[in-house]
Design a protein around this ligand. Sequence first.
Ligand code: SMG
Ligand code: MG
Length: 371
Amino acid sequence: MSGLIEAVEIRTVRLPLRAPFQTSNGVSTEREFVLVRLAGGGAEGWGECVAEREPTYSSEHTSGAVDVMRSFLLPRLVAAEVRTAEDVAPALSGVVGHPMAKAALELAVLDLELRLRGVSLAQYFGATRTRVPAGVSVGIQPSVPALLDVVGGFLDEGYRRIKLKIQPGWDLEPVRAVRQRFGDELPLQVDANAAYDLADAALLRRLDEFGLLLIEQPLHHDDLYQHARLAELLTTPLCLDESVVSARSAAAAISMGATRIINIKPGRVGGYLEARRIHDLARAHGVAVWCGGMLESGLGRRANIALAALPGFTLPGDTSASDRFYECDLTTPVTLDADGHVTVPSGPGIGAAPDPDLLSKFTVDVWSYER
Ligand code: SMG
Ligand code: MG
C-alpha cells in the first residue's frame, strides 16, 4: 500500500510580537517558526514546529529543524509510506533527538489523516471537555509597577491563572508585589527556565510563603537528581518542563520525586502521541499535568487546546488567546471567553488552517517537494 504523503512544503515564518517577551533565556520581539504542509488524498495537513530561531530554550532551532526535516526526517517518512500518525515516530526513530522537528511532522500527518476521516484532534485524543480554562505567561518586566500593570491587564481580560517568569534578581520582589496587589486567592505560579542551582535552595525556599501553585523548572535540564533533592527542601510543588523530554524521562522524574506536576509540551517530547502517553502515565500516578506553550500560531495553539481537554489536565495551561502575543495570527485567532476559557476546536484535524495571504506575507523561506 502506498503512503499518504504526495507533496511537502516547509516554510519558515516570522510573526512580530505585540510586546517583547523576556525570560531567563533572553528577550524576543518576533517569533520565527517552521510550518509543515503535507498534501495527500485530496486534502492537506499542517504541522507547527515549536523550535525558536536561536537554540536558547532547547538545542533545537528553526534553521536546524528545516535542515533535519529535509535531509533526514522526510526521506524516512516518505520511504516508510506512512499512513497514520502512529507510523511517524517509528519511521523517525533512527534519528537521535530533534523532538520538535519530529513533532511537527507527526502533527502534519495527524492533521491530514483526521481531515480525511472527518475527526477532530480532540475526539482523536479522547478529550472530555469542550472548553478549558486559560492561564497566561508573563515575561520579565522592566520594573515592578510595569509588571503589576501587565498582570492587571491580563486579569481584566479574564485569564484564570498567572505565571511569572523569574530569574536571579527578579524573583521574590515581583512575586511579593503581585500577591500584595492581587491577593492570596489568585492562582499564581513561577517559571525559572533553569536559571537556578541547588545552591539557591535557601532563596527558592523563601517562595514557599507566597502559596504558589508550583515552581517550574528551577534547575538545569539534565538535573533530575538535584530537582529531587530540592523538592525535599520546599513545600511548593516542583513542576518540570525542559527536563521532561519523553514518557521515559517523565517516569524517571516521577519515581525519583523530582516533580509533582508536569508541564506537557508536545514539541518538547516529540509529538502529541508521546504527550498523551505522558498524560496517561502522570494520571495513573496522581501527578497533575498542564499544557505548556511555545508562542504558537493558531495552528499549534489549537492543537494544544485539544490536548488540554483531556481529563488529566487539571491545572490551567499556557493556552492563551492569539492576541496574547500576536496582533495578527496566521489563522482565525483563538479567542478568550468572558470567563477566561478557550474553546476546544471541533472541526476535522486541527480545526483551522493558515490564511494563504497572511501566510505569504509572513513567510521568509519556503522549500517544497513533490513525489
Ligand atoms: O506560549 O504562552 C506561551 C508561552 C509560555 O512561558 C511560556 N513558555 O518555558 O514554559 C516556558 C516558556 C517557553 C517559551 S519562551 C522560550
Ligand atoms: Mg517553562
